[in-house]
Ligand binder design. Structure first.
Ligand SMILES: Cc1ncc(C[n+]2csc(CCOP(=O)(O)OP(=O)(O)O)c2C)c(N)n1
Length: 651
């Protein structure tokens, strides 16, 4: 091993262990173990420009093993990113420091994605690699041609999402994807053989990956492997046999190096063993300069790239930022002219079809439910192995990876990913949806079969608590449109939202139109709005969403025949309504003395609108397998029952 290499990699090691020590918390073991591998990668292979962290054609480096965050912060500081100063590193894990406990995505910082929940980064990286192939096909390889490297540990590879994501990456042959596997055989509880005995080579080979095994502390072997993957024909894993906590006389190779500070005495011994005679946070000029030069190389490469990019910039920008306003207006007009009962999943397909009449960067998909989610239009073409011309991804039955991959697609550039599954299986997607929300990504989740209204498939497939669960995620818009017009409006909002992901909860069953005249404005953009009133003065407000808006309208009319007058509020998106101005909310919420809500799901979340005295119709129990009208009846979700209960004052 060269002295230079030792110095460069030790700079990462000591920044990491000293920052963890100062914070009195964090994970020193992984950065110490993988410092050699990333030093060779960043110094010799990674194409990046710290002066422009968002350079479109940079190589992506994803730290899936997010607990080793100090490895990433050290690299970004050493190579000269403005986003991370030595002071930030000293403030590791402190309030408002960019050096948070686990890497948190911020555009333009070099932190490509938020990681920490193990395995997510692998799926993100698959999304990055897929985005690169799609854009390369669209705009040419002089503009998009880069690698995606993901550093993953034993934990990432044990997670289910890694199985899904690595499998589809092999299936599609994402040859520019490289996984650096920190194969140290240690996790928190101890040696990994307590819990896993996978044959990684066989596993990865069977997915269609190449597998290279190296000593992760041998500079030459690392270099050779990375050199080889530059010309890879298949996605490649470099299995790096490493020692967790490398350099620590008493803790290396043991779980004690994983997740707590090494301690002052042990750090002294590490300094001695690795011959690092510098104070904490002191990086000698000579070493820092070499790291900085590594960062400078990318500037020239980007400059040359820009000359080609500038020629195509206009074309790329026009595809990246299509204005769909007219499409929405025209389609809404058409829907009103041809009023018909449609399932909202069908309405969604209608608007999608119209959107695809313009060149755009929407990449659709579904987890093996294309025909049920209505996510694939006549304009879609499947993306296939070694053929990335298409605009539709058959994710297979891999909901979790689908969502993690969509996060990667959205993070890569301006691709707008949408993907479908049944709403019930949002439970299989939740960790990635949460990260879309945390990272403020424009990802659109098309979730159909949104209630007991799906009928015969029964309680395993009928979402009950899912809407409430999703609505409780911050920065996520959960839309539940009531008809074709509302579905189109919700899609429009989802596409306009730069920083908020969306879930579109759509019906399997047909719904009668509730909006019967054309409105130029997007009423759903208020989150909730009045759709009917049976009298100027009303004593009852009925809140409803999606398929239950029709039911609410029926109830309102029936009550009027008994001289109980009401207004119906359609609530396609609670989160947006909750953000409206107080006077608008008061107008909707405070007009009448009595309030009820109707939604075929758990009811607690409606209490914020109807209050303690209000009645929330829904179901707080699992559904049943039966024709859907029978299930609605069973749970009192019919206009006759609701009218009766309202007239009895809720009894
Ligand atoms: C989904 C998820 N489950 C559990 C954890 C808690 N956790 C953090 S690191 C870790 C062990 C990871 O082991 P490995 O990948 O081998 O990392 P190393 O010990 O080599 O640093 C666990 C269980 C997590 N971050 N994410």
């Amino acid at each position: 091993m060269s002295t230079l290499h030792k110095d460069l990699s030790n700079a990462i090691r000591f920044l990491s262990i000293d920052a963890v020590e100062r914070a009195n918390s964090g994970h020193p073991g992984m950065p110490m173990g993988m410092a050699d591998v990333v030093t060779v990668l960043f110094k010799n292979f990674l194409k990046f420009n710290p002066k422009n962290p968002n350079w479109l054609n940079r190589d992506r480096f994803v730290l899936s093993a997010g607990h080793g965050s100090m490895l990433l912060y050290s690299l970004l500081y050493l190579t000269g990113y403005k986003s991370i100063s030595l002071n930030d590193i000293k403030n590791f894990r402190q309030l408002n420091s960019i050096c948070a406990g686990h890497p948190e995505y911020h555009s333009g910082t070099g932190i490509e994605t938020t990681t920490g929940p193990l395995g997510q980064g692998i799926a993100n990286a698959v999304g990055f690699a897929l985005a690169e192939e799609i854009l390369k096909e669209k705009f040419g390889k002089k503009i998009f041609d880069h690698k995606t490297y993901v550093l993953a540990g034993d934990g990432c590879l044990m997670e289910g999402i890694s199985h899904e994501a690595l499998s589809i990456a092999g299936h599609l042959n994402l040859k520019n994807l490289v996984m650096l596997f920190d194969n140290n055989s240690i996790s928190i509880d101890g040696p990994t053989n307590l819990a896993v005995s996978d044959n990684y080579k066989k596993r990865l080979n069977s997915y269609g990956w190449d597998y290279i095994k190296i000593d992760g502390h041998n500079e030459r072997q690392i270099y050779k492997a990375l050199k080889k993957v530059q010309k890879a024909k298949r996605p490649t894993v470099i299995s790096c046999i490493t020692k967790i906590g490398y350099g620590s006389p008493n803790k290396s190779g043991s779980e004690s190096a994983h997740g707590s500070p090494l301690g002052k005495d042990e750090i002294k011994l590490v300094r001695k063993k690795l011959k690092w005679n510098y104070e904490p946070f002191e990086i000698p000029k000579k070493i820092l300069n070499i790291w900085r030069e590594t960062g400078i190389k990318g500037e020239k490469i980007e400059e040359n790239w820009k000359k080609i990019y500038n020629k195509k910039k206009q074309e790329i920008d026009s595809v990246f930022s299509v204005n769909f306003s007219n499409t929405f207006k025209n389609e809404k007009e058409k829907a009103i002219k041809n009023l018909e009962a449609l399932a909202t999943r069908k309405s969604s397909e209608k608007i999608l079809t119209a959107l695809y009449e313009k060149k755009n960067i929407l990449i659709g998909g579904s987890a093996d439910l294309a025909g049920s989610n209505n996510t694939k239009t006549k304009y879609h073409q499947a993306i296939k192995k070694n053929n990335f011309k298409g605009n539709y991804i058959h994710y297979g039955v891999r909901e979790h990876a689908m969502c993690g991959i969509m996060n990667g697609l959205a993070l890569h550039s301006k691709i707008i990913p949408y993907g479908g599954t049944f709403l019930i299986f949002s439970d299989y997607c939740k960790p990635s949806i949460r990260l879309s929300a945390l990272m403020k990504l424009k990802v659109i989740y098309v979730m159909t079969h949104d209630s007991i209204g799906l009928g015969e498939d029964g309680p395993t497939h009928q979402p009950i608590e899912q809407l409430t669960g999703l609505r409780s995620i911050p920065n996520l818009n959960v839309f539940r449109p009531a008809d074709t017009t509302e579905t189109m409006e919700c899609w429009e909002i989802a596409l306009k939202n730069l920083n908020t992901p969306s879930v579109l909860a759509l019906t399997r069953q047909k719904l009668n139109p509730v909006r019967k005249k054309f409105d130029k404005e997007n009423k759903c953009s208020l989150g909730a709005y009045e759709i009917l009133r049976t009298n100027e003065n009303v004593e009852l407000t009925i809140f409803a969403s999606g398929s239950e808006v029709n039911l609410a309208i029926e109830v309102s009319h029936k009550l009027a025949t008994e001289n109980t007058y009401s207004k119906v509020i359609s609530v396609p998106c609670q989160e947006i309504f909750d953000k409206q101005k107080e006077n608008y909310k008061n107008k909707i919420l405070d007009e009448s003395e009595h309030k009820i809500s109707i939604e075929a799901g758990t009811t607690d979340i409606w209490k914020k609108y109807v209050g303690k005295k209000g009645i929330s119709f829904g179901l707080n129990d699992f559904g049943k397998s039966a024709p859907y009208k029978d299930i609605y009846k069973l749970f009192n979700l019919t206009s006759d029952e609701i009218v009766k209960i309202v007239e009895r004052g809720g009894k």
